[in-house]
Design a protein around this ligand. Structure first.
Ligand code: NAP
Ligand code: HSE
Length: 436
């Protein structure tokens, strides 16, 4: 049987990881598929850049993305460039030309998913994206296929390898933020612009993709509350440890009759939770289905081979389909898992109504009445204190004062922060994280 031919756009961390696995597992792949997969064309920006994988002599290296679209021999276009406009144009053209597409681009899917899924539907094409969320963890397949019979009630997880690597290194080795970020970049975990990782945007992109798969609605990215990890200091990591927590960048989404409540933020995770033990570039997702109960997925969330593995799984799924049904079967792939009608926009629960416990750290002048003023403000807003500690030392002008609250509304926690920040003894804006 004829080989299936790929056109790959982007040959950086993920592209070379994919090619490595395809070479390494060639025999096993042929055994599974009964046919070969060939990389016909690879498009990059710079032809002279050294590559981590030696391409076959028959593979063309080009800077012309249109070659992938216009070549009738190419069955599947694999988009591994990242970014928005060039990727959007390439994928749109490929789908319009009737080519199946595999992409790892969560940013593009979060921003332009509805339009691209509609185009895929019109052209009876797969638009597959397992690698876009949580690297090597098969969470897309799990939500779309394995848990398709469940009503998903909620999801909670760590979805960014870079941020988790930074927080883990800061926690376990006392490494500074910048060094840990540089290491994550050197290891190929970070986005081309690492601001996406550390400011929580990459996690937010993935959460939008997962919300679509879990709840069958579109959650507009610009309505998602997002807080990254740049406000997490070694001092907070140490306080968290003393109270029995680890600081993690958490994505969460819950669905009820009142709508979807979702967000991305650093949180204190009880030391005894599995999520607290997820270290380095690993990610984890806890999915709660109404029939299955809780399901926990754990694995490497970033890096060349884990991500390449997810891309390859999507390619195999398409090759199997082509082999069994042929190219013109009229079969319409269900790329979102909720049929082929456009998804509705989510009914969004106001974030200020979210209930949570909170960690507050105030930096205050060490003087009489400070604790009384803070506790009074909390009481005035109905925020109940569970634990408090002040680490004062003689001759220190500024001292950290940490308060752990009982469960309270986000609106009240925000009002307390605003009021106390404005008091004359507050030496810097307070730090406020949720507690799981
Ligand atoms: P990368 O190492 O920066 O590689 C990007 C590749 O795309 C490079 O080969 C680059 O060419 C090429 N490229 C960029 N713009 C192009 C254009 N306009 N025309 C032609 N080629 C272009 O990125 P990556 O880490 O592999 O990530 C690729 C995608 O996978 C992104 O969407 C990312 O979010 C996603 N992803 C990454 C990971 C990970 O762990 N790294 C995990 C999951 C998902 P040159 O080499 O010539 O510059
Ligand atoms: N930059 C991303 C991360 C890559 O660190 O998780 C995987 O999507």
């Amino acid at each position: 049987m004829e080989a299936v031919k790929l056109g790959i756009a982007g040959f950086g961390t993920v592209g070379t990881g994919l090619a490595d696995i395809m070479s390494e597992n060639r025999t096993m792949l042929e055994k599974r598929l009964g046919r070969t997969i060939e990389i016909k064309t690879v498009a990059v920006r710079n032809l002279d850049k050294p590559r981590g994988h030696a391409l076959a002599e028959t593979t063309e290296l080009t800077t012309d993305l249109d070659k992938l679209v216009n070549d009738p021999e190419i069955d599947i276009v694999v988009e591994l460039m990242g970014g928005l406009e060039a990727a959007r144009t390439l994928i749109s053209k490929a789908l319009a030309a009737g080519k199946h597409v595999v992409s790892a681009n969560k940013h593009l899917l979060a921003e332009h998913g509805p339009e691209l899924f509609a185009l895929a539907r019109e052209n009876n094409c797969f638009l597959s994206y397992e690698a876009s969320c949580a690297g090597g963890i098969p969470v897309v397949q799990t939500l779309r296929e394995s848990l398709a019979g469940d009503r998903i009630e909620g999801m909670l997880g760590i979805l960014n390898g870079t941020a988790n690597y930074i927080l883990s290194e800061m926690t376990t080795k006392g490494m500074d933020f910048e060094t840990a970020l540089q290491q994550a970049q050197d290891l190929g975990y970070a986005e081309a612009d690492p601001t996406f990782d550390i400011e929580g945007f990459d996690t937010a992109h993935k959460l939008c993709v997962l919300i679509r798969l879990a709840f069958g609605v579109d959650y507009p990215l610009n309505m998602l509350p997002i807080q990254g990890i740049t406000s997490v200091t070694p001092l907070d990591i140490e306080f968290a440890r003393e109270f029995g927590y680890r600081v993690k960048l958490i994505a969460h989404a819950n669905s009820s009759d009142h709508g979807v409540e979702a967000g991305v933020h650093p949180a204190l995770v009880p030391y005894t939770y599995l999520l607290a033990r997820v270290g380095g570039n690993y990610n984890a997702v806890r999915i709660e289905g109404n029939a299955v109960g809780p399901v926990m997925l754990h694995g490497q969330g970033a890096g060349d081979r884990p991500t390449g593995s997810a891309v390859l799984a999507d390619i195999l799924c398409i090759v199997r389909h082509l082999t069994q049904c042929g190219a013109d079967s009229g079969f319409i792939p269900d790329n979102t898992g909720f049929g082929n009608a456009p998804l509705k926009q989510a009914q969004i629960m106001p974030p200020e109504k979210t209930m949570s416990r909170y960690y507050f750290r105030f930096m205050v002048a060490d003087k009489t009445g400070v604790m009384a003023a803070i506790t009074r403000s909390m009481a005035d807003h109905g925020v109940s204190i569970a634990q408090a500690v002040q680490k004062g030392e003689p001759d220190l002008d500024a001292v950290p004062l940490v308060i752990i609250t009982h469960t309270t509304e986000a609106r009240a926690a925000q009002a307390v922060a605003k009021e106390i920040d404005a008091m004359d003894f507050s030496l810097e804006p307070c730090v406020r994280f949720r507690i799981l």
